[in-house]
Design a protein around this ligand. Structure first.
Ligand SMILES: [Zn+2]
Length: 139
C-alpha cells in the first residue's frame, strides 16, 4: 500500500505541525487506485479538543469539507494529524478512530517525521508514503 501525496501538501502539514502546540488534523481527499491512495487535496479541520495529545475534528467542519470534496468527485483517502510530542505511531485513541475511519492515517511530528498507517483485518499496517513533486504526476 502506498499513499501518494504532493510534496507541497506534505510540507504544509509539517509546517502547521511545527507551529501548533496542539494536534492539527484534517482530511486527505482523493481516490484509491488499487493499492495506492492518491491525495488530490488536503484540508485542515479545527481540533475541538485543543489538546497536544489528542484530536477530534469539529463535526460541522468535517461535514462541510466532505460535502465540498464529494461535489468534486473526491473521497476521503485519508486522515492526517500531528503528534507534537510523541512518535508518529497511532495511540490507543487513534486506533479507535481507525476502526471508525478505515482509511489511511497519516501522522506527522514536529520533528518532520511522517508515517502512514492503515488498519487491515484488525492489524495496524504501515503504508509507504510517497511524496511527489507536481510535475511528476502528469495530470
Ligand atoms: Zn494520534
Amino acid at each position: 500500500m502506498r499513499l501518494v501525496i504532493r510534496q507541497d501538501d506534505l510540507k504544509e502539514i509539517i509546517k502547521m505541525t511545527e507551529r501548533s502546540a496542539v494536534e492539527v488534523c484534517g482530511f486527505l481527499f482523493g481516490r484509491r487506485e488499487g493499492n495506492d491512495f492518491i491525495v488530490e487535496e488536503i484540508r485542515f479541520i479545527p481540533n475541538r479538543l485543543n489538546s497536544p495529545t489528542a484530536f477530534e475534528m469539529e463535526p460541522l467542519e468535517m461535514v462541510k469539507a466532505i460535502d465540498r470534496a464529494e461535489e468534486r468527485g473526491l473521497e476521503v483517502a485519508g486522515i492526517f494529524h500531528s503528534h507534537p510530542k510523541c512518535p508518529p505511531r497511532p495511540s490507543d485513541r487513534d486506533l479507535k478512530g481507525m476502526r471508525l475511519w478505515p482509511v489511511v492515517w497519516l501522522i506527522v511530528t514536529s520533528k518532520g517525521e511522517v508515517r502512514a498507517w492503515i488498519l487491515e483485518e484488525g492489524k495496524v499496517e504501515a503504508v509507504e508514503v510517497e511524496d511527489e513533486v507536481d510535475s511528476v504526476r502528469g495530470i
